[in-house]
Design a protein around this ligand. Structure first.
Ligand SMILES: NC(=O)c1ccc[n+]([C@@H]2O[C@H](COP(=O)([O-])OP(=O)(O)OC[C@H]3O[C@@H](n4cnc5c(N)ncnc54)[C@H](O)[C@@H]3O)[C@@H](O)[C@H]2O)c1
Length: 376
């Protein structure tokens, strides 16, 4: 494999793939020769390139991972598919639904594995909840709610390319983390989002941007800042309708103090409810009407057969974000190397649908908050 972009999340792709034990980490491409070589050395890759074209042209690379800022995804993925390479793209698949649609079609023609890393799918208790819901354990899902809140952009001195529509796309909070909530809600229940009503806000309309780019979650000093107007959301609340008639509501916000990576999804069914919280991801809350509520711990001996394989340590030994990422890679590379069928990973089609949902929410908000059909 080779990876384009090694800032915050890129090294986690490498780490997860390395743990599979059978994948050669061939190359890293950075934004220039110096960074490509430096990152390759730091991450233990054999080669460092200064451009994605050079990495894609390397015959030793058969799987291209994409972890650059969003605006580059389309060009990198399209070039990789043109060379017949498998692609593992971080989300979003592309900056717009129109671009993503083209990539879906190109990937189909190329007949390669084409995955998007909506990584929360890889958590063992997410899979436990998914199979429990599919078996009817909570009855018919009627209401899904939750949020994805972070605080890393709460100060006007916090800045990321995510806040620049030229690099991040038309949305920040919704596109960056609201998209995870929607993917998780649909994956866990098997339902599709059909309609949305969005209320989209820019809490901090002006920020101080560093003249030198920062990688995600990096903070910097006060020196060399310029004032910029912010044209994308950092907070959004959304009402949702699903294809079985269920209703939902969620908030995505990057300006909510104390919430670091706080993704919460609760699915209320006609019999019971089930809640998973990323920051306490080794516990699943199951709520009942007529008996005591339960907390199911991530313990392989307590999980159902279908989800047990995603837990790799005995009960009480905490597993987390990076382990879930590795589960996703195991599924993707199982398909690439052993012709297995995808079990959990998001396909390019899922990535395209995610863009469509975000665009429908933005369109709804632009009209003052009206119910809007998601056009897939
Ligand atoms: N799945 C997740 O949970 C998750 C988490 C974080 C980020 N992401 C996604 O991953 C992508 C990267 O996000 P990040 O937080 O790592 O950003 P980042 O800013 O920390 O890292 C991006 C890296 O790409 C490099 N880069 C920029 N232009 C490049 C080019 N032309 N060629 C090669 N490298 C280039 C930058 O120098 C930087 O090192 C985004 O699309 C983001 O949405 C997903």
């Amino acid at each position: 494999m080779g990876i384009v972009g090694a800032g915050f999340v890129g090294p986690h792709h490498i780490d997860a793939v390395r743990r599979l034990g059978f994948v050669d980490i061939v190359a890293v491409a950075g934004s220039n020769d110096e960074s490509g070589k430096r990152k390759a050395e730091q991450l233990g890759a054999r080669k460092g390139y200064g451009s994605y074209e050079a990495l894609i042209n390397d015959p030793d690379v058969s799987v291209v991972h994409v972890a650059t800022p969003n605006h580059l995804h389309y060009a990198v993925i399209s070039a990789a598919l043109a060379k017949g390479k498998h692609v593992v793209s971080d989300k979003p698949l592309a900056a717009t639904a129109a671009e993503s649609r083209k990539l879906v079609d190109q990937a189909k023609r190329a007949k390669v594995i084409a995955a998007v890393t909506f990584n929360y799918r890889g958590n063992p208790l997410v899979q436990q909840a998914r199979h429990a819901i599919a078996k009817g354990d909570i009855g018919k899902p009627t209401f899904l709610h939750g949020y994805y809140l972070q605080d890393w952009l709460i100060k006007d001195t916090d800045y990321s390319w995510r806040l620049d529509p030229e690099k991040g796309g038309a949305s920040s909070a919704l596109g960056d983390i609201g998209s995870h909530w929607c993917d998780l809600a649909q994956h866990m229940t098997g339902l599709r989002i059909t309609h949305v009503l969005g209320d989209v806000t820019t809490v901090i309309p002006q920020r101080k941007k560093p003249r030198v780019a920062r990688e995600a979650f990096q903070t910097g000093g006060a020196a060399d800042l310029e004032s910029v107007d912010i044209r994308v959301d950092d907070l959004a609340s959304v009402l949702v309708r699903f294809d079985n008639g269920a209703k939902g509501t969620f908030t995505a916000g990057q300006v909510c103090a104390g919430h670091k990576n706080d993704l919460v999804l609760e699915v209320c069914g006609s019999k019971s409810s089930i809640l998973w919280r990323q920051e306490q991801q080794n516990e699943l809350w199951i709520g009942h009407r007529d008996t005591a509520n339960q907390i199911l711990q991530k313990d392989p001996s307590l999980l159902d057969a279908e989800s047990r394989g995603y837990a790799h340590l005995p009960g009480g030994h905490q597993e987390a974000w990076a382990d879930a990422f590795c589960n996703l890679m195991r599924d993707i590379y199982g398909c690439i190397t052993q012709d297995k069928r995808p079990e959990i990973f998001a396909t390019f089609e899922d990535g395209y649908q995610s863009n469509c949902i975000v665009e429908a929410i933005l369109a709804s908000a632009k009209q003052g908050g009206v119910w809007t059909k998601v056009e897939y």
